[in-house]
Design a protein around this ligand. Structure first.
Ligand code: NI
Length: 170
């Protein structure tokens, strides 16, 4: 088991759009395994590759979210191909620990991508799981959840997080 460092929201890698993955090699498979370990250790429900400093389109999500069983999955080059409904709920991010805010998301989505064997996959997910996927896909585009908030609210949370970082550093 290998735990990776999770970059925080002020690192430029979190703001850069990730590249499409062209080849699935052993390094990518290893990265995926390490990301899953890192996600569960955090603990979190999902993690995007750029959160561990790798600017490539890969996410891991716990499909067991909301149940007693963990069920990690890896999706390469994920895209949302359909969405419906709207739901507002509290959201957080492993790159902005201890900061939470209400964000509006689609209630149900269809996600397509490729698995580690290079096989096409399609998933239909709802509610918190749909939220986790939307959140992780945003990461791959350099988007953070607080980008959806009003400027005042975002600036307030940013100040709060900066203060927390300073405290932990000293
Ligand atoms: Ni996040």
């Amino acid at each position: 088991m290998s735990l990776l460092t999770i970059y925080n929201c002020f690192d430029p890698v979190l703001r850069k759009k990730c590249s499409t993955i062209e080849n699935i090699d052993d390094d990518l498979v290893q990265l995926s395994e390490d990301m899953i370990d890192t996600m569960f250790h955090a603990p979190g429900a999902g993690l995007a590759a750029n959160q561990v400093g790798v600017s490539q389109k890969m996410i891991v999500v716990d499909l067991g979210l909301g149940t007693d069983n963990t069920k990690p999955t890896t999706i390469i080059n994920p895209i949302i191909t359909a969405s419906e409904g709207e739901v507002i709920a509290e959201e957080g991010c492993l790159s902005i620990p201890d900061v939470f805010a209400e964000v509006k998301r689609a209630q149900k989505i269809e996600v397509k991508g490729v698995d580690l064997q290079g096989k096409d996959i399609k998933l239909e997910v709802e509610d918190y799981l749909a939220r986790a996927f939307q959140h992780e896909l945003d990461h791959l585009e350099g988007i953070l959840f607080w980008d959806f908030l009003g400027k005042m609210k975002r600036d307030m949370l940013r100040r709060k997080f900066k203060k927390k970082l300073k405290e932990t550093a000293s």
